[in-house]
Ligand binder design. Structure first.
Ligand code: FA5
Ligand code: MG
Length: 362
């Protein structure tokens, strides 16, 4: 980030603009995106071959092979795109400076990939996926990081698509939430299609027997809205939000009145990767440590791949040699380590034993 000061020396030299990438933005009272957060804009973890997020993204693209996909959308969006056109009420907590990163009062770092749905639909896409980084001001712990990645999917039905179909079990209570413009049959059909697509995706990722739980929830831009949890190694993890897009949103995106049935979902890629590869801390996705990167090298096969924990302290390699007397044993060495470094040393082990004999020729 480079600050540009006013050219006119008569004005105070306060920073009124900032340059981000090739764009210059005005700074105002809403600006709260820090240089550290802005430095993450170019990270592009999704494009690193072998990285766990890249692996999951690719599996999802493979599963929805008919869908157009896009993962190079600019993470700086307008407040209009991120909130207004999706029907977020003015007092929604997501809009606050406490929760979101603003470039200024008009521009922000997207908080979800849904911000791009309208531009994709306006550009004529009917079935599409979008993956990218999203930004939320949040607490600091092993499951929260201010930048994470979402993959969003949208499918718009054509008028003829829902005349006849087999309908799997759907969340019955969601039917009661239907939009007035939709008939009960349309909602059954579209929710059935959504649920079977996502159940299929989760089985594709986690195996055919993974327990999946659907429940009603709320998003301003979908109705009914549903979220999904999967149980993996004994715990339920919320992996995605979904629903039928609001008719008003679809029409605002330039669709005709008979194209008012569409589903959408947005899932958290870190959540899926943490579960699938047994990665215990969300910060590891940003690691440049060779002990992480080597485990997710593109040459490492995906089948059965799980993360092997390593010390949170960086690896330090030192070759030390010294003379010892014949009374010195392996445990004498460990005691020496303990008395000098205390608990800072996590493990010490013998990797090699050389016995050196000296012939006394004198
Ligand atoms: C959304 O962001 C909606 N835009 C999703 C959506 C899209 C709904 C289309 C309907 C239609 P939510 O805030 O719940 O919803 O986030 C979606 C997913 O992102 C969550 O299910 C979770 O997997 C992931 N996620 C949310 N917050 C975090 C976080 N702090 N850290 C990691 N992953 C997160
Ligand atoms: Mg949620």
């Amino acid at each position: 980030m480079i600050s540009i000061r006013r050219f006119f020396s008569s004005l105070p030299a306060t920073e009124v603009h900032q340059k981000i990438g090739s764009r210059v933005f005005e700074v105002d009272s809403m600006t709260n995106a820090t240089p550290r957060i802005l430095s993450k804009l170019d990270a592009n973890l999704l494009t690193i071959p072998g990285h766990p997020l890249n692996r999951i993204k690719t599996k999802i693209y493979d599963y929805f092979s008919e869908f157009h996909h896009q993962d190079m959308l600019d993470p700086i969006v307008s407040v209009q795109q991120n909130f207004d056109e999706l029907g977020f009420p003015q007092d929604h907590v997501g809009r606050t400076l406490n929760d979101s990163y603003y470039i200024n009062r008009s521009w922000m770092l997207r908080t979800h990939m849904t911000a791009h749905e309208k531009e994709m639909i306006v550009n004529g896409h009917i079935s599409f996926l979008m993956a990218g980084s999203v930004f939320r001001r949040d607490e600091i712990d092993a499951t929260h990081y201010p930048v994470f990645h979402q993959l969003e999917g949208v499918h718009i039905f054509k008028g003829s698509d829902y005349s006849s179909s087999t309908v799997p079990d759907i969340v019955e209570e969601a039917l009661a939430e239907k939009q007035p413009e939709h008939s009960a049959e349309q909602v059954r059909f579209a929710l059935g299609h959504l649920q079977s697509s996502l159940d299929g995706l989760l089985r594709h990722l986690f195996g055919p027997t993974v327990p999946i739980r659907w429940q009603s929830c709320y998003f301003p831009f979908t109705q009914p809205s549903l979220e999904v949890e999967v149980e993996y190694r004994g715990r339920w993890v919320e992996v995605l939000g979904s629903g039928l897009l609001q008719k008003s949103f679809l029409q605002g995106s330039g669709l005709s009145t008979d194209q008012h049935l569409a589903w959408a979902f947005g899932l958290g890629l870190e959540r899926l990767a943490m579960v699938l590869y047994d990665i215990p801390d969300i910060r590891l996705f940003w690691s440049k440590d060779p002990r992480f990167l080597s485990q997710f090298d593109p040459s490492v096969k995906d089948e059965g791949l799980t993360f092997k924990a390593f010390s949170k302290y960086p690896h330090v390699a030192r070759d030390i040699s010294f003379w010892v007397s014949s009374e010195f044993s392996q445990n004498s060495f460990y005691d020496l380590v303990r008395s000098i470094a205390g608990d800072l040393v996590e493990t010490a082990s013998m990797v090699n034993l050389y016995q050196v004999y000296y012939a006394n020729s004198l």
